[in-house]
Design a protein around this ligand. Structure first.
Ligand SMILES: NC(=O)c1ccc[n+]([C@@H]2O[C@H](COP(=O)([O-])OP(=O)(O)OC[C@H]3O[C@@H](n4cnc5c(N)ncnc54)[C@H](OP(=O)(O)O)[C@@H]3O)[C@@H](O)[C@H]2O)c1
Length: 285
């Protein structure tokens, strides 16, 4: 099958999310035709609804490459890959988590590991981007509200985390999606340039924002209970707590040269992120 690159479309899943919207913007800037998809995007896409008027086949029509943000449950990516192959897609780029080979018997990340199995088992040109915890979790996700309230309490102690700036994840995804062949069959472990403890991260944010913020270590059970108290679904709370149990094993604490391998430059520092986000008012009360 031949593909006309002037009409080739890249499908971005999770397009309203932290990485998807950044990947879509970068691709558009490069002149790539982009189809943004999620439950609330212009192209409707729901991992739980493969068929029907807004089913996956419609989203995949005319698509040559897909940025895949895994669904929150194991399973659906296998069927999605089969449909992508049938639709003539040539390239899949999957977001996953740092060190996934070493997660062992942890109940964390079964969604990402299942998605990896599906993508890596496909006949297409695939690449997996395994990212460590995002810097932006502190201003765009779960850790933002606690920081604004003055205290972040997590089940994490002295094991450091090599936080990565999501802008680097998006740069890497864009490179892989637009450089045919070079990244086929590769798994890139993407981390920031330095690992720091969660307490150090909070201290840097507190200093740059000028707001008093403290860090407190709690047990996984306490953390789960606090999330449920805040209104989280019990399974989601348990899943996030299990991530910290896994991280405390130290299996994902090391830095890698993944960003440099893909992009030919060093990853952004956590300090750069903190200054940028503080200046943009991320932690203004
Ligand atoms: N946060 C981290 O530090 C980190 C690190 C490494 C890997 N990851 C992995 O990255 C993934 C999340 O990526 P992200 O942070 O870019 O996204 P995100 O900000 O968590 O947003 C999730 C995206 O998925 C869409 N979505 C949610 N449920 C859906 C469904 N049932 N069907 C279709 N789309 C759905 C959402 O849009 P709609 O609501 O419009 O559907 C949204 O666009 C997760 O798999 C996570 O495990 C996260």
């Amino acid at each position: 099958m031949t593909h006309d690159t002037t009409t080739a479309t890249t499908l971005v899943l999770g397009a309203t999310g932290k990485t998807g919207r950044r990947v879509a913007a970068r691709l558009r800037l490069r002149g790539v035709r982009v189809r943004t998809a999620s439950r609330s995007s212009p192209t409707r896409f729901d991992w739980s609804t493969p068929d029907g008027p807004h089913g996956w086949d419609a989203a995949l029509r005319g698509v040559t490459a897909v940025y895949v943000v895994p669904p929150p449950v194991p399973g659906p990516v296998h069927e999605f890959v089969a449909r992508a192959e049938a639709a003539g897609v040539r390239r899949l780029v999957l977001l996953s988590g740092h060190g996934a080979d070493d997660w062992g018997d942890s109940p964390f990340g079964l969604d990402m590991r299942s998605a990896e199995d599906a993508v890596r088992g496909s006949a297409l040109e695939w690449t997996v981007l395994r990212a460590s915890n995002f810097d932006q979790n502190f201003d765009e996700d779960a850790f933002h509200a606690p920081l604004l309230a003055g205290e972040l309490a997590l089940p994490a102690g002295a094991v450091p985390e090599p936080f990565i700036d999501i802008e680097d994840v998006a740069d890497a995804a864009t490179a892989v999606l637009t450089e045919p062949g070079r990244h086929a069959g590769r798994i890139y472990e993407l981390t920031g340039p330095r690992a720091l403890t969660w307490a150090e991260a909070v201290d840097l944010i507190s200093r740059a924002s000028g707001l008093p913020m403290t860090y407190r270590q709690v047990s996984p059970a306490e953390y789960t209970a606090a999330l449920v108290e805040e209104g989280w679904d019990k399974d989601d709370a348990h899943h996030l707590a299990e991530m910290f149990v896994l991280l405390e094993r130290g299996v994902a604490a090391g830095t890698t040269d993944g960003v440099a391998t893909v992009l030919g430059r060093a990853p952004r520092t956590f300090e750069e992120y903190v200054v940028r986000a503080a200046a943009a008012g991320a932690w203004r009360r």
